[in-house]
Design a protein around this ligand. Sequence first.
Ligand code: NDP
Length: 441
Amino acid sequence: MLAEVARAGVEEVDEAVARAGDALPGWRAITPRDRAAMLHALADALTGQREDLALLEARNAGKAIADARGEMEMVADTFRYYAGAPERPLGDTIPVTGGQAFTVREPVGVVGLITPWNFPLTIVSWKLAPALAAGNTVVLKPAELTPLTALRFAEIARAAGLPDGVVNVVVGPGRTCGQHLVEHPGVAKIAFTGSTEVGRSIAAGAAASIKRVTLELGGKSANIVFADSDLEAAAAAAPLAVFGNAGQDCCARSRILVQDTVLERFLGLLEVHVKALRVGDPLDEATQMGPLISAAQRETVSSFLDGQAPVAFRGSAPDGAGFWFAPTVLAPVRPGDRVAREEVFGPIAAVIPFADEAEAIRLANDTIYGLSGSIWTRDGARALRVARAVETGVLSINANTSVRVNTPFGGFKQSGYGRELGPHALEAYTEVKTIFYSTET
Ligand code: NDP
């Protein structure tokens, strides 16, 4: 066993919300310079403890240590990026008759953060850093499966000098603690990452008190490979775009749309890369993909091998203890097959052929989701046409990247609303106030 963690109930949620409420006036009143200094100190502390945190995260979530290291670098970078925010100009001046109008941004208040198990501390940092920079206090409910790095983070934040009550962590089930946070009258906003189903219930629960809500939900993103692309590069990049983090990634490009004239060639290249993926012990430096998070998740993922689409080839996975699942490519998949429509959240890729640009766009948009995606082509005009036509919050051309600290991230359609990262996240943790100053009295 890795650790035992006390399980919170609704009473602890009440206490955490009360403490966050008590800490709010003091945190708001801290000068921008001092708030920035505290966030810089926190970023420094996170950098200093990066290796320990990476090891803890790898064990917490069963993820490859190399990935965990990269994630912890991003966690520290996220706090450093938002440490610059308190001293940045925010707001407009607007010419009006009889005086001057201007806008300021106020913190929303106590913010409830509900986070998932796939990128445990990374997703915490995307919410916490802009929330704190904007002057809010927070109650964080991490996923029960992976609470360890959130708890360690709270210790680091306290040691770095954040005042008591500014960051509160409650570890408990979503159905009790999470829901109580959503309905709590002392909470002004909920920021959630997780399944679309729970996101829907959070939006409904928050409606009663008109709480602010931002939702980062599921995806079924398309990796569109045109015949005129650098096929070698596209095939080399595709495996980690869907099998990274064992496919437990809302940005997973789990539908690979391939122009039919190069389908056979692309599959041949892809097979080599999928079979070369190193799947194994998360603490082994060479590992690229670890196990799934839980037995339940493996069962869900296995249910997609339902015979609707043929298995083209599979990579390897260890036997024995651990929720292993070999990376699997299904081809050809029809657009109506379940694996083409539902989020798998595991290492299964669905390869779907298309005839031309119009069909590629139609297929890419034939989903309730709209989170990320990639386009592979050497034709610049086509790349831009397709990028504009695909209904998704993040897209990369001839690359896989979805996420950068200083660029906005979030979804269209049922992938959610609101944006994380970049300057847009600050907007999500503030209210706009317009002040009119009369020059006539
Ligand atoms: P959930 O959406 O159930 O969990 C995400 C977070 O929400 C957890 O902290 C969970 O708490 C909490 N939660 C659960 N129910 C409620 C509720 N009624 N009110 C408030 N909070 C709640 O995701 P799962 O972990 O169950 O994963 C299921 C599927 O969701 C995956 O297979 C995947 O398809 C998708 N998913 C998508 C993610 C993304 O990044 N978009 C991330 C994670 C999952 P707890 O788990 O502690 O009970």
